[in-house]
Design a protein around this ligand. Structure first.
Ligand SMILES: *Cc1c(COP(=O)(O)O)cnc(C)c1O
Length: 401
């Protein structure tokens, strides 16, 4: 069951108005109709291919959505102004007051805060589980459970979700499986493994330029058309549509995503193997020592590697800060949140992108205050970058001899 998401995007024939190799940018919020009756029909959803207003659909967004749907092998997709907009709209489309969600406790901090602090205000109950413990998920299922939510590879602990097994559980109970695939575009194709809805922060690897925030929701034709329904679609009514100018630039960046993912992966593997030999406490799904290494191998597409994210545990926040300062001062990369950039980015998750997670829960899930998350860059001389990392570890006394 080989799947090649990169070729799926390359096979699309997307041209501009004059045969331009890049689709024309539709820089308009509204569209003219030749006849009054056409307008009424469009609002009733009866005019295929007609655009009515850019909060609903814009041709430029359609091109990017088409590319995302091709990459994910979903029927359709919709693009949003941020990853959080994609996640929140997709969840609110599936759940109403009185419903219940089961989620991995390790998720992106913003997602955790939405599930923990925001949804309960509107009567949606959420149970947090260890996503690798399938029994705990089965136990958490209630009659009113509508969604099981996880990340393919979780942030920041890099746990790999068993999407095929989760999908079986979900289908048996008529529950939707929603997967955030932000860390592993190309590498993992959640829909092909049984997920119903795939969400992305395109801010990260997909765009890969750190010049904007953006998101995407990929799913069935019906789900996307429900989301954008003028009467009760969550995306249409909450209105977090992506600007078409930005859509056009993300579409161009997606054409090099496969090459970037390969380079991020091979650089991360290079560093991970050597740090492990040095005796550093490291998490990387590409290492045999990673708890879900075999699972990752089973579910990944060929040739894109194990991704650009790795985490090392230095025990204390002080050591982590000292280390990151050394890395930045020696030019390894930037002390910054976010990921998928050409430069290596590093941050201390517990006090930054996961700070929304209360200390006690961080302790329970094994998120140490000394955990440094790396988004390994596209370094051309990774051997040199590694040597500098090793030097910085020695300087803070984390390597013997
Ligand atoms: C960054 C991120 C998000 C949120 O995306 P934004 O584009 O910042 O809104 C969601 N999930 C994951 C895994 C992320 O890394």
């Amino acid at each position: 069951m080989k799947f090649d998401p990169a070729s799926k995007i390359q096979q699309l024939k997307q041209f501009g108005e004059f045969g331009d190799v890049n689709p024309s940018i539709t820089d308009s919020s509204t569209y003219t109709f030749l006849h009054g009756s056409d307008m009424a029909k469009t609002f009733e959803g009866m005019m295929e291919g007609c655009f009515l207003y850019s909060r609903h659909w814009n041709p430029t967004n359609k091109y990017l959505s088409e590319a995302l749907a091709a990459m994910e092998d979903t029927e359709s997709a919709w693009v949003t102004g941020s990853g959080m907009a994609a996640i929140t709209c997709a969840l609110l489309q599936l759940c109403k007051q009185g419903d219940h969600i089961i989620t991995s406790v390790t998720t992106y901090g913003g997602t955790f805060a939405f599930l923990k602090n925001w949804l309960p205000k509107y009567g949606i109950e959420v149970t947090f589980v260890d996503i690798s413990d399938l029994e705990s998920i089965k136990k958490a299922i209630q009659k009113k459970t509508k969604v099981i939510y996880t990340e393919s590879v979780t942030n920041p602990l890099l746990q790999v979700s068993d999407i095929p097994a989760l999908s079986v559980i979900a289908k048996n109970h008529n529950i939707q499986l929603m997967v955030d695939n932000t860390f592993t575009p190309m590498i993992i194709s959640p829909k092909r493994l049984g997920a119903d809805v795939v969400v992305y922060s395109m801010t990260k690897f997909i765009n890969g330029k750190n010049d904007c925030v953006a998101g995407a929701i990929c799913g069935t034709e019906k789900f996307i058309s429900d989301l954008s329904n003028v009467n009760d679609g969550t995306a249409m009514l909450l209105g977090p549509v992506l600007d078409p100018m930005r859509s056009a630039s993300i579409l161009k960046n997606i054409h090099t995503l496969h090459i970037r993912m390969r380079q991020h992966s091979s650089n991360a593997m290079y560093i991970a193997e050597r740090l492990e030999k040095l005796g550093v406490s490291i998490r990387y799904p590409g290492l045999e020592s990673h708890a879900q290494h075999q699972l990752h191998k089973q579910i990944m597409n060929e040739s894109f590697g194990f991704g650009g994210m790795l985490a090392i545990d230095l025990g204390t926040g002080e050591k982590a800060n000292e280390f990151m300062q050394g890395l930045q001062d020696n030019g390894v990369g930037y002390l910054a949140v976010s990921l998928g950039y050409f430069k290596t980015l590093f941050s201390c998750s517990g006090k930054s992108t996961s700070s929304e997670i209360p200390q006690q829960i961080q302790d329970e899930m094994g998120l140490s205050e000394g955990l440094v998350r790396f988004s390994v860059g596209l370094d051309n001389d990774i051997a040199n970058s590694y040597l500098v990392i090793e030097k910085c570890l020695r300087e803070i006394g984390m390597v013997k001899t």
